[in-house]
Structures are given as structure tokens and as C-alpha cells.
Design a protein. Structure first.
Length: 318
């Protein structure tokens, strides 16, 4: 880590190299990937965002990649659609990730939908939408809901204000509410940017580069380098980032910022399964991860503690 200015710059937060430099140690306590659900609904043929609800038990929030309307879906862990939530008056250009985090009202959870995809690198202004997490009432029929209290925050990258970067990973700090975007680039270096949520003044905020992730990962270069999703556990002490082929986990100490946590070496999750996952979620305590593959009938995978470890964790959390 080096300090380049008043703001911290993460110089080599993630370094996975050949030869003399050792690969990250495997994350302890994680079993192999296993399938827990299937997304058979044709509306969900290309899921690009996934987060575990904090108000609705055993429910995920997901959204599609570019080309869809502005909407989220509530899913059971089996993959069944429980509800569709539309965002009136919002345009979805290229939604790439969804997160949960704090907002203007205390003790409420807010969904953050990140319209940050920029494959052409021709979008100078990107947007993050925020609204209170809805409650999903159990029922046999799919519910049709409309989001309320939507706020939209536009921003530009400080070092590339006209063309922007392509990005697919959003991180929201549940402790502070700070918002970060991790860029998706062909080379081994990815930028970590902090996005200030400045309100709807009409002038885009400026996202500053606060860190850098250096990836030198064995395997197909583009698939291995490109960060496709991220999440922060509800407890705030675990961060996950994935590429098409690999997953990495950071444990965060009390008092650390997200850039400070990412400045330390991660541990490596078991290798990704399925076709190019672009969505990842953590459980509340960061002990289990979930990923979704692409395509109609895509699969929901999970990895986490063995059954014995999960029973012990459940007892400790009571």
C-alpha cells in the first residue's frame, strides 16, 4: 500500500501471480459449489445483479443485464419469482449490480441499483438508483409492486469524465453508507472508485479513484481479470469480488474502511462453476456466498461451511 495523496490509494490490493509470488490461500471453511435453485423464468435469462434480502427471509433481489426495463425481481432460494418491482420513471440503460445498504432514514434498508455498464466506454455520466427495500408478502401468486421513494444519483469518473469506465461491481458499506464501484477492464488492473451521493442537483458528482486492484491470475486473461460482481455482508465484515472464473474474499477488521480492507491479500474461494457468473451475494455474516450463471434455466450456486459448521454458526448467532 502506498499513500499518493491525502486519499489512500490501494496499490496492490489483489495480487495473484505466477512464479515466486504465491497465490492467495484458499478460504477456510468453504465446501464445494452446490446447486440450490434454477431460474427457469425467461425474464431472467441474463442475471447481472444479486443480493440477499435483509427484510424478507430467504429472498434474493435480482435484475437483468442491459436491454431490460427498470425492474427488480424477488426470488425464493429455489429460483421461483415471488415479485416483480418496477421503478416508475426510471430508464435502465445497462444495470450491472444491486446492493443493500443504509439510507436517509435510520433502521431502514435501501436497495441500490447500479446503472454503471459501459461496454463502449462512451457514457460519461452513470447513475445509481436508491429506494427503500420492499416487503414481500408470502403467497402462491407473483406480486406486482412499484418502488417508491426513488432517488437517482448521477456521477462521472474524475480521471475520465467524458468516456467513463465499464464496471459491473457495486459495494455499499453497511457501516458508513459509502458507495464504491470497481471497474471491469481487460488488463490486470481494476480501479476502485468512491461515489459520493450528492443528491439530485442536476450536476453529476465526481467519483474519485481511491484504490487499485492488481490481478495476475492463471487462466484465460480476459475472463480471469474482469471483475463481474461484488458484495459486502450485512455485518460489514466480509467483502467478496468475483471474475468469470475466480472468487476472492476479504475479512474486514473493526474500524477499517473498504479500501483499507481491500489493501490486504484476500483468500481464494473455490473456482467458479457455471457459465460466466456475473452476480454474487453474501449471507448476513459473510459465511456463505451465492452466484448465478447466465442463460435461460441458469443455476443458483452456493458455497459455505459444511453442515456441521453451519449448525455451530447458527447456535452462535442466537
Amino acid at each position: 500500500m502506498r499513500i499518493a495523496s491525502v486519499r489512500m490509494v490501494v496499490a496492490a490490493a489483489l495480487t495473484v501471480t505466477h512464479g515466486a509470488c504465491a497465490d492467495p490461500a484458499p478460504c477456510s471453511g468453504f465446501d464445494a459449489h452446490r446447486v440450490i435453485g434454477s431460474l427457469g423464468d425467461p425474464r431472467l435469462k441474463e442475471v447481472s445483479g444479486l443480493v440477499l434480502s435483509r427484510k424478507n427471509r430467504d429472498v434474493f433481489w435480482v435484475h437483468k443485464d442491459s436491454g431490460d426495463s427498470a425492474r427488480l425481481f424477488a426470488l425464493a432460494k429455489t429460483g421461483r419469482v415471488l415479485a416483480e418491482v418496477s421503478l416508475p420513471g426510471i430508464t435502465a440503460t445497462d444495470w450491472e449490480d444491486v446492493e443493500l445498504g443504509p439510507g436517509p432514514r435510520r433502521r431502514r434498508e435501501y436497495l441500490y441499483a447500479a446503472d454503471i455498464g459501459n461496454n463502449c466506454e462512451c457514457r460519461g455520466v452513470l447513475t445509481i438508483h436508491r429506494f427503500p427495500e420492499p416487503v414481500i408478502k408470502p403467497g402462491k401468486r407473483e406480486a406486482a409492486l412499484k418502488a417508491s421513494g426513488i432517488e437517482s444519483f448521477s456521477f462521472r469518473y474524475a480521471d475520465r469524465p467524458n468516456d467513463g469506465y465499464n464496471a459491473e461491481a457495486l459495494l455499499v458499506d453497511p457501516r458508513t453508507g459509502h458507495v464504491y464501484v470497481v471497474t471491469k477492464q481487460d488488463g490486470p488492473r481494476a480501479g476502485l472508485y468512491e461515489v459520493p451521493l450528492m443528491g439530485e442537483s442536476g450536476t453529476p458528482a465526481v467519483a474519485s479513484r481511491v484504490g487499485e486492484l492488481l490481478l495476475d491470475i492463471p487462466g484465460p486473461a480476459n475472463d480471469s481479470f474482469r471483475i463481474t460482481a461484488g458484495d459486502v455482508s450485512a455485518s460489514g465484515d466480509t467483502i467478496v469480488l468475483i471474475t468469470y472464473t475466480h472468487g476472492f474474499l476479504w475479512r474486514r477488521a473493526s474500524g477499517e474502511s473498504i479500501p483499507q480492507a481491500l489493501a490486504r491479500p484476500p483468500c481464494a474461494l473455490p473456482r467458479m462453476r457455471g457459465a460466466g457468473p456475473e452476480a454474487v451475494a453474501l449471507d448476513r455474516e459473510g459465511r456463505r456466498t451465492y452466484t448465478v450463471t447466465e442463460g435461460v434455466g441458469s443455476l443458483l450456486y452456493t458455497i459455505g461451511p459444511s453442515s456441521g459448521g453451519e449448525r455451530a454458526s447458527a447456535k452462535r448467532s442466537r
